[in-house]
Design a protein around this ligand. Structure first.
Ligand SMILES: Nc1nc2c(ncn2[C@@H]2O[C@H](COP(=O)(O)OP(=O)(O)O)[C@@H](O)[C@H]2O)c(=O)[nH]1
Ligand SMILES: [Mg+2]
Length: 269
Protein backbone atom coordinates (compact mmCIF):
# COMPACT_ATOMS: atom_id res chain seq x y z
CA UNK A 1 0.00 0.00 0.00
CA UNK A 2 1.33 3.43 -0.90
CA UNK A 3 1.73 5.80 2.03
CA UNK A 4 -0.87 8.53 2.11
CA UNK A 5 0.58 11.96 1.28
CA UNK A 6 0.72 14.18 4.36
CA UNK A 7 -2.18 16.58 4.51
CA UNK A 8 -1.83 20.07 5.91
CA UNK A 9 -3.81 18.90 8.90
CA UNK A 10 -1.67 15.85 9.70
CA UNK A 11 1.51 17.86 9.18
CA UNK A 12 0.21 20.43 11.65
CA UNK A 13 -0.56 17.68 14.16
CA UNK A 14 2.98 16.29 13.92
CA UNK A 15 5.57 17.38 16.50
CA UNK A 16 7.44 20.52 15.40
CA UNK A 17 10.80 18.86 14.78
CA UNK A 18 11.42 15.13 14.74
CA UNK A 19 13.92 12.59 13.54
CA UNK A 20 12.73 10.92 10.36
CA UNK A 21 10.51 7.89 11.01
CA UNK A 22 13.34 5.53 10.04
CA UNK A 23 15.78 7.35 12.34
CA UNK A 24 13.85 7.88 15.50
CA UNK A 25 16.20 9.18 18.19
CA UNK A 26 14.80 9.11 21.71
CA UNK A 27 16.59 10.66 24.67
CA UNK A 28 15.98 9.03 28.05
CA UNK A 29 16.78 10.67 31.37
CA UNK A 30 16.97 8.58 34.53
CA UNK A 31 16.15 11.23 37.11
CA UNK A 32 16.50 11.59 40.84
CA UNK A 33 16.41 15.03 42.44
CA UNK A 34 17.24 16.81 39.20
CA UNK A 35 15.00 19.89 39.54
CA UNK A 36 17.89 22.34 39.75
CA UNK A 37 19.73 21.04 36.68
CA UNK A 38 17.04 19.63 34.39
CA UNK A 39 16.21 22.78 32.46
CA UNK A 40 19.87 23.53 31.72
CA UNK A 41 20.35 19.95 30.52
CA UNK A 42 17.21 20.13 28.37
CA UNK A 43 18.23 23.43 26.71
CA UNK A 44 21.42 21.87 25.32
CA UNK A 45 19.67 18.95 23.60
CA UNK A 46 19.73 19.27 19.78
CA UNK A 47 15.95 19.15 19.44
CA UNK A 48 15.97 18.96 15.64
CA UNK A 49 17.49 15.48 15.89
CA UNK A 50 15.38 14.14 18.74
CA UNK A 51 11.84 12.78 18.39
CA UNK A 52 11.02 12.39 22.05
CA UNK A 53 12.50 12.93 25.51
CA UNK A 54 11.43 10.53 28.23
CA UNK A 55 12.20 11.30 31.87
CA UNK A 56 11.74 8.58 34.46
CA UNK A 57 11.47 9.94 37.97
CA UNK A 58 12.74 7.68 40.72
CA UNK A 59 10.60 9.25 43.47
CA UNK A 60 12.57 12.48 43.70
CA UNK A 61 12.20 14.55 46.84
CA UNK A 62 12.31 17.81 44.88
CA UNK A 63 10.31 19.31 41.98
CA UNK A 64 11.85 17.20 39.21
CA UNK A 65 8.43 16.04 37.95
CA UNK A 66 6.93 19.55 37.89
CA UNK A 67 9.93 20.95 35.98
CA UNK A 68 9.87 18.03 33.53
CA UNK A 69 6.17 18.55 32.83
CA UNK A 70 6.70 22.28 32.36
CA UNK A 71 9.33 21.51 29.74
CA UNK A 72 6.89 19.17 27.99
CA UNK A 73 8.83 15.95 28.53
CA UNK A 74 7.20 12.52 28.62
CA UNK A 75 7.26 11.76 32.32
CA UNK A 76 7.06 8.32 33.91
CA UNK A 77 6.97 8.15 37.70
CA UNK A 78 8.17 5.19 39.73
CA UNK A 79 6.00 4.22 42.70
CA UNK A 80 9.08 3.43 44.73
CA UNK A 81 12.76 4.30 44.40
CA UNK A 82 14.45 1.55 42.41
CA UNK A 83 17.88 3.08 42.00
CA UNK A 84 19.85 4.16 38.96
CA UNK A 85 19.76 0.77 37.18
CA UNK A 86 16.11 0.15 37.97
CA UNK A 87 15.36 3.57 36.57
CA UNK A 88 17.17 2.79 33.30
CA UNK A 89 15.13 -0.42 32.84
CA UNK A 90 11.97 1.70 32.74
CA UNK A 91 13.71 4.18 30.40
CA UNK A 92 14.61 1.52 27.81
CA UNK A 93 11.28 -0.29 28.01
CA UNK A 94 9.54 3.01 27.30
CA UNK A 95 11.92 4.03 24.50
CA UNK A 96 11.49 0.69 22.69
CA UNK A 97 7.74 0.89 23.15
CA UNK A 98 7.81 4.40 21.61
CA UNK A 99 9.56 3.02 18.52
CA UNK A 100 13.13 4.26 19.05
CA UNK A 101 15.77 3.32 16.50
CA UNK A 102 18.49 4.86 18.64
CA UNK A 103 18.35 5.69 22.34
CA UNK A 104 20.55 8.26 24.08
CA UNK A 105 20.91 8.07 27.85
CA UNK A 106 21.54 11.51 29.29
CA UNK A 107 21.79 12.25 33.01
CA UNK A 108 19.57 15.19 33.94
CA UNK A 109 22.21 16.54 36.36
CA UNK A 110 23.97 18.59 33.64
CA UNK A 111 27.09 16.49 34.08
CA UNK A 112 27.36 15.60 30.39
CA UNK A 113 27.33 17.91 27.41
CA UNK A 114 24.07 17.29 25.54
CA UNK A 115 25.29 19.32 22.54
CA UNK A 116 27.49 16.28 21.77
CA UNK A 117 24.44 14.07 21.09
CA UNK A 118 24.76 14.23 17.26
CA UNK A 119 28.37 12.97 17.40
CA UNK A 120 27.43 10.31 19.94
CA UNK A 121 24.44 8.94 18.09
CA UNK A 122 25.83 9.33 14.54
CA UNK A 123 27.55 5.90 14.38
CA UNK A 124 24.34 4.26 15.66
CA UNK A 125 22.23 5.99 13.01
CA UNK A 126 24.59 5.09 10.19
CA UNK A 127 24.53 1.49 11.37
CA UNK A 128 28.23 1.12 12.17
CA UNK A 129 27.93 0.81 15.99
CA UNK A 130 25.45 -0.56 18.53
CA UNK A 131 26.86 1.08 21.65
CA UNK A 132 28.54 4.47 21.82
CA UNK A 133 30.20 5.83 24.96
CA UNK A 134 30.92 9.50 25.64
CA UNK A 135 34.40 9.31 27.14
CA UNK A 136 35.79 11.92 29.48
CA UNK A 137 39.18 10.21 29.41
CA UNK A 138 39.80 11.16 25.79
CA UNK A 139 40.09 14.68 27.20
CA UNK A 140 41.34 15.91 30.57
CA UNK A 141 39.01 14.69 33.35
CA UNK A 142 41.08 16.29 36.14
CA UNK A 143 40.86 19.70 34.50
CA UNK A 144 37.06 19.21 34.40
CA UNK A 145 37.04 18.71 38.17
CA UNK A 146 36.91 14.92 38.49
CA UNK A 147 38.15 14.11 42.03
CA UNK A 148 41.59 12.48 41.93
CA UNK A 149 40.44 9.34 43.73
CA UNK A 150 37.64 8.88 41.16
CA UNK A 151 40.16 9.42 38.38
CA UNK A 152 42.48 6.74 39.74
CA UNK A 153 39.76 4.16 40.40
CA UNK A 154 38.23 4.79 36.97
CA UNK A 155 41.60 4.19 35.32
CA UNK A 156 42.18 1.01 37.30
CA UNK A 157 38.71 -0.46 36.59
CA UNK A 158 38.92 0.53 32.92
CA UNK A 159 42.28 -1.30 32.65
CA UNK A 160 40.78 -4.44 34.16
CA UNK A 161 37.70 -4.28 31.92
CA UNK A 162 39.79 -3.73 28.78
CA UNK A 163 41.77 -6.88 29.58
CA UNK A 164 38.69 -8.93 30.37
CA UNK A 165 36.58 -7.73 27.42
CA UNK A 166 39.50 -7.59 24.95
CA UNK A 167 38.80 -3.96 24.06
CA UNK A 168 40.81 -0.72 24.09
CA UNK A 169 38.33 1.80 25.42
CA UNK A 170 39.41 4.89 27.36
CA UNK A 171 36.64 4.61 29.98
CA UNK A 172 33.65 2.44 30.91
CA UNK A 173 32.21 4.63 33.65
CA UNK A 174 30.55 7.36 31.70
CA UNK A 175 26.84 8.02 32.06
CA UNK A 176 26.53 9.42 28.53
CA UNK A 177 25.73 6.62 26.12
CA UNK A 178 23.80 5.76 22.99
CA UNK A 179 22.35 2.39 21.98
CA UNK A 180 20.89 0.87 18.86
CA UNK A 181 17.43 -0.64 19.01
CA UNK A 182 19.05 -3.93 17.99
CA UNK A 183 21.23 -3.88 21.14
CA UNK A 184 18.34 -3.15 23.48
CA UNK A 185 16.26 -5.89 21.89
CA UNK A 186 19.09 -8.42 22.08
CA UNK A 187 20.57 -8.06 25.55
CA UNK A 188 18.45 -8.98 28.58
CA UNK A 189 18.99 -5.67 30.41
CA UNK A 190 16.03 -6.41 32.71
CA UNK A 191 18.22 -8.99 34.48
CA UNK A 192 20.82 -6.35 35.42
CA UNK A 193 21.48 -4.75 38.77
CA UNK A 194 19.16 -1.96 39.89
CA UNK A 195 22.18 -0.10 41.24
CA UNK A 196 24.94 1.91 39.53
CA UNK A 197 26.71 -1.22 38.27
CA UNK A 198 23.86 -1.61 35.74
CA UNK A 199 26.06 0.33 33.30
CA UNK A 200 28.86 -2.23 33.62
CA UNK A 201 26.45 -5.17 33.33
CA UNK A 202 25.27 -3.64 30.09
CA UNK A 203 28.75 -3.33 28.57
CA UNK A 204 29.53 -6.96 29.50
CA UNK A 205 26.31 -8.03 27.77
CA UNK A 206 27.14 -5.94 24.70
CA UNK A 207 30.54 -7.63 24.41
CA UNK A 208 29.12 -11.12 25.06
CA UNK A 209 26.47 -10.58 22.35
CA UNK A 210 29.01 -9.33 19.79
CA UNK A 211 27.79 -5.72 19.66
CA UNK A 212 29.97 -3.10 17.97
CA UNK A 213 31.21 -0.54 20.48
CA UNK A 214 32.71 2.92 19.91
CA UNK A 215 33.52 6.09 21.82
CA UNK A 216 33.81 9.84 21.33
CA UNK A 217 35.45 12.48 23.52
CA UNK A 218 33.18 14.50 25.80
CA UNK A 219 34.12 17.19 28.34
CA UNK A 220 34.17 16.42 32.07
CA UNK A 221 31.96 18.53 34.31
CA UNK A 222 31.94 18.16 38.08
CA UNK A 223 30.06 20.49 40.39
CA UNK A 224 27.98 20.16 43.53
CA UNK A 225 24.73 18.78 42.09
CA UNK A 226 26.47 16.52 39.57
CA UNK A 227 27.30 13.55 41.75
CA UNK A 228 25.76 11.79 44.72
CA UNK A 229 28.21 8.91 44.68
CA UNK A 230 30.35 9.21 47.78
CA UNK A 231 33.42 7.18 48.72
CA UNK A 232 31.47 4.31 50.30
CA UNK A 233 29.12 3.95 47.30
CA UNK A 234 32.15 4.09 45.01
CA UNK A 235 33.84 1.21 46.82
CA UNK A 236 30.68 -0.90 46.46
CA UNK A 237 30.51 0.11 42.80
CA UNK A 238 34.17 -0.81 42.23
CA UNK A 239 33.77 -4.25 43.81
CA UNK A 240 30.55 -4.84 41.84
CA UNK A 241 32.39 -3.91 38.64
CA UNK A 242 35.07 -6.49 39.42
CA UNK A 243 32.32 -9.06 40.00
CA UNK A 244 30.88 -8.27 36.54
CA UNK A 245 34.34 -8.93 35.06
CA UNK A 246 34.72 -12.26 36.85
CA UNK A 247 31.23 -13.33 35.77
CA UNK A 248 32.10 -12.46 32.19
CA UNK A 249 35.33 -14.49 32.30
CA UNK A 250 33.63 -17.55 33.79
CA UNK A 251 30.93 -17.32 31.13
CA UNK A 252 33.47 -16.95 28.31
CA UNK A 253 35.52 -19.89 29.58
CA UNK A 254 32.30 -21.92 29.80
CA UNK A 255 32.90 -22.59 33.48
CA UNK A 256 29.69 -20.94 34.67
CA UNK A 257 27.01 -19.84 32.28
CA UNK A 258 25.34 -16.53 33.13
CA UNK A 259 21.78 -15.93 31.87
CA UNK A 260 22.58 -12.19 31.99
CA UNK A 261 25.16 -12.68 29.25
CA UNK A 262 22.98 -14.75 26.93
CA UNK A 263 21.01 -13.17 24.10
CA UNK A 264 17.28 -12.70 24.50
CA UNK A 265 15.07 -14.61 22.12
CA UNK A 266 14.83 -12.35 19.08
CA UNK A 267 11.59 -10.43 18.91
CA UNK A 268 9.94 -9.70 15.59
CA UNK A 269 11.56 -6.61 14.09
N1 LIG B 1 21.65 8.51 43.16
C1 LIG B 1 20.64 8.12 42.41
N2 LIG B 1 20.60 8.56 41.17
C2 LIG B 1 19.57 8.19 40.40
C3 LIG B 1 18.56 7.32 40.89
N3 LIG B 1 17.70 7.15 39.89
C4 LIG B 1 18.15 7.85 38.88
N4 LIG B 1 19.29 8.51 39.16
C5 LIG B 1 20.06 9.41 38.22
O1 LIG B 1 21.31 8.84 37.95
C6 LIG B 1 22.27 9.81 37.57
C7 LIG B 1 23.61 9.46 38.14
O2 LIG B 1 23.70 9.72 39.51
P1 LIG B 1 24.88 10.61 40.10
O3 LIG B 1 24.66 10.73 41.54
O4 LIG B 1 24.96 11.86 39.34
O5 LIG B 1 26.17 9.70 39.83
P2 LIG B 1 27.61 10.09 39.29
O6 LIG B 1 27.50 11.32 38.47
O7 LIG B 1 28.05 8.91 38.51
O8 LIG B 1 28.46 10.31 40.49
C8 LIG B 1 21.71 11.14 38.04
O9 LIG B 1 21.45 11.91 36.88
C9 LIG B 1 20.42 10.80 38.77
O10 LIG B 1 19.42 11.75 38.46
C10 LIG B 1 18.62 6.87 42.23
O11 LIG B 1 17.77 6.14 42.72
N5 LIG B 1 19.67 7.29 42.94
MG1 LIG C 1 26.13 12.75 37.91
Amino acid sequence: MRPKPATAQSAAAAPAVTGTPSNRVIVVMPAYNAARTLERTYRDIPHELVSKIILVDDVSKDDTVAVARQLGLDVIIHRQNLGYGGNQKTCYDAALEAGADAVVMLHPDYQYDATRIPALVGPILDGTKDLMLGSRFLGDPLAGGMPRWKYISNRFLTGVENMVFGLHLSEYHTGFRAYSRHLLETIPYRLNSNDFVFDQDLVAQAVACGMRIGEIAVPTRYFEEASSVNFRRSVIYGLSTLRVSVRFLLHRMRLRRSPKLAQQKPTTR
